[in-house]
Structure formats: C-alpha cells, structure tokens
Design a protein around this ligand. Structure first.
Ligand SMILES: C[S@@+](CC[C@H](N)C(=O)[O-])C[C@H]1O[C@@H](n2cnc3c(N)ncnc32)[C@H](O)[C@@H]1O
Length: 309
C-alpha cells in the first residue's frame, strides 16, 4: 500500500515503457527540476532587464549556449512584451545544443528537413545573419504554415524558403544555382515567367490548389515539393519554376548542394519531459493512444530510418 502511494503518478504502460528503455521516471514528476529556457535575438540584450522586471524573475545566462538564458520552470513568457515583440524565443537547451552541433558558418546553405514549428530554423537564420540561406522542409502543411508565421514574427524570412514535402525524397538544391553551364543572367533572359517577390496574397490558381488539397495536411513522398514561402534574398526571386524544381545530378549536388543538413524527425516523446507532463491534463489514455501505441512507434522508427538514410 505504502509502495503504491510513493509510485510516480504516471500510467503503468508509460512506466513500463520507461523501464524498458532504462529511463528514470522521476524526471517526469519532479516539476521543478527542469528549468525552462529562452533565447534572445542577437543585439537585444537591452530587453533583458525589462523582461526580468515584467516577469519578476531572474535570468541565468547559459555559458555554453550563446544567447540562451534559463529561468524558473513555472515562468510563463507568452504574454511578455519581449516575446510578443519577437525579441525572445522559448526554446529548450537541447534544441540549442543540436543547432550548435551543426557548426553553422557564415555563408552556409542549410537544409532543415523536419523544420516545423521552426525554433531551430530561426536560430540557424539568426546565426547566418545576412549570409547564406536556409531551406525548411516539413511534411505537415499546417505546421509549416505556423513556421512561416514564426519567421514573419521574428523578421527572419529574408534568406529562407519553406517547402511542404517529404524529407525522405526531397532533392532540390539551394536556390540561385544554375545547374548547367549557362550563366544565371543568360538563363533568366531567355525565360519569361519568373518568381516575383513573395506575397501572402494567393493567386486564384493557388487558392484553387489549396481548396483541392483541403484536409490533406500531410503530403506523401510522391508529391512534388510545394513552396509555401520564400524570402527576398532566398535565391528564389527571379528564378523560373523549371530552375527551382530542376532535378539535380550527383555532380551538381557535390558542388552546389547544402553545406549543413539538420534532421530533426519526430520522436517518441520519451525525451520530451514537459510534453509528457501535459498529458496529466489531457488524459493518460490519450498518451497511450498518441505516444505508446506500438504501431505508431514502429511507423515513427521506420520514418526516422528512411529520412536518415
Ligand atoms: C520534432 S518536430 C521538429 C521540430 C523543429 N525542428 C523545431 O526546431 O521546431 C518533427 C517534425 O518532423 C516532421 N516530419 C515528420 N516526418 C517527416 C518527413 N518524412 N518529412 C518531413 N518532415 C517530417 C513533422 O511534421 C514535425 O513537424
């Protein structure tokens, strides 16, 4: 009876999952043990004091992650001025570590194969500043649309393109490279219809296509990539559709491919402590259905293997 009372308030199926994977259940139940993190946009240090006063909290600089600060796990940042004005991001330290491991250098062309909702993509763009480019790909249209909103909020879209596509089959090279011997200028002069500056206003053709795809939120590997956003300096403006969607050969990929590739495929939530804690409100049955279902886990494993190969 006593043993029952001290058992962490997690469902048996999840406890069995943790045990099978050698994970300590207490990391999911000690609510205060995991701090939350924020990242500051470059050159926004002036906002720190104001943020601390508004939130009545003290930020601790994370020495090993530039621009990151930790704060108490209960601090809600969503209504703070700095967050609403796009000066501060909510992003955990492990995401920051993954981006730092990419070792992004000035001028890099980065491919983010599982980009939505876009915390790492934004960090990469901040690191690149006015150089290079980022191509974000995600199979979920609605999630990538949220990523587009995030780019706009943080004013980071200038060197970015977003494609709804299956990362396992995506094979477009960074924009702005002509894959034959002609110079870009010659090619552009020869072609009539080129991409103009991106606008959120859809043409009737695009609206029709969106209506057609309606509820189809996830694309399959056989569908061509769908460009849902491109910035002014992403290399897309001025290209023809043929140029953008041209299949690249090995030789071209070797010389004009991406410098860095980030693959952040969906995980089984075993590492996502905060997310698991939310199921206390959503219901443990939902956790069993959404997270622990064996078929789903097998499918995820297959996806992760496919996308990493
Ligand atoms: C863990 S989230 C990515 C988080 C994101 N990198 C960030 O920093 O905000 C995983 C994403 O992978 C996407 N995804 C899953 N399978 C995919 C595939 N085959 N191709 C592209 N994206 C995929 C999901 O739609 C989901 O948005």
């Amino acid at each position: 009876m006593e043993q029952e009372a001290s058992k962490p308030p997690l469902p048996d199926a999840f406890l069995a999952f943790l045990e099978a994977n050698g994970l300590d259940p207490s990391i999911y139940t000690s609510f205060d043990s995991t701090p939350r993190y924020v990242r500051l946009k470059p050159n926004c240090e002036a906002y720190l004091e104001e943020f601390e006063a508004e939130m009545n909290c003290k930020l601790q600089r994370v020495d090993w992650l530039p621009g990151f600060y930790s704060l108490h796990s209960n601090t809600q940042i969503a209504n703070s001025k700095a967050y609403l004005e796009g000066k501060i991001y909510g992003i955990d330290a492990s995401s920051g570590a993954a981006v730092m491991a990419l070792n992004v250098s000035t001028g890099d062309h980065v491919l983010d194969l599982c980009a939505a909702p876009g915390a790492k993509l934004c960090m990469v763009l901040d690191l690149l500043g006015d150089s290079g480019s980022v191509t974000g790909v995600d199979v979920a249209r609605h999630r990538l649309a949220a990523c587009r909103t995030m780019l706009q909020k943080y004013n980071l879209g200038d060197r970015c393109r977003l494609f709804v596509a299956d990362g396992a089959t995506f094979s477009l090279i960074p924009a702005g490279f002509c894959s034959d011997n002609k110079s870009c200028e010659t090619v552009l002069a020869e072609k009539a219809e080129v991409f103009k500056e991106w606008t959120s206003k859809r043409t009737w053709k695009e609206r029709k296509r969106a209506r057609k795809s309606g509820n189809l939120q996830l694309v399959s590997g056989s569908q061509p990539p769908d460009l849902i956003y491109y910035g002014r300096h992403s290399g897309v403006v001025g290209l023809t559709k043929d140029d953008l969607y041209k299949n690249a050969y090995d030789r071209i990929i070797m010389s004009h491919g991406y410098d860095k590739v980030l693959v952040d495929a969906e995980c089984t939530h075993d590492g996502s402590v905060k997310h698991i804690q939310k199921f206390e409100h959503w219901g443990w049955k939902t956790l069993e259905r959404r997270v622990l279902d064996a078929d789903r886990t097998d499918n995820l494993f297959a996806l992760q293997s496919r996308i990493n190969s």
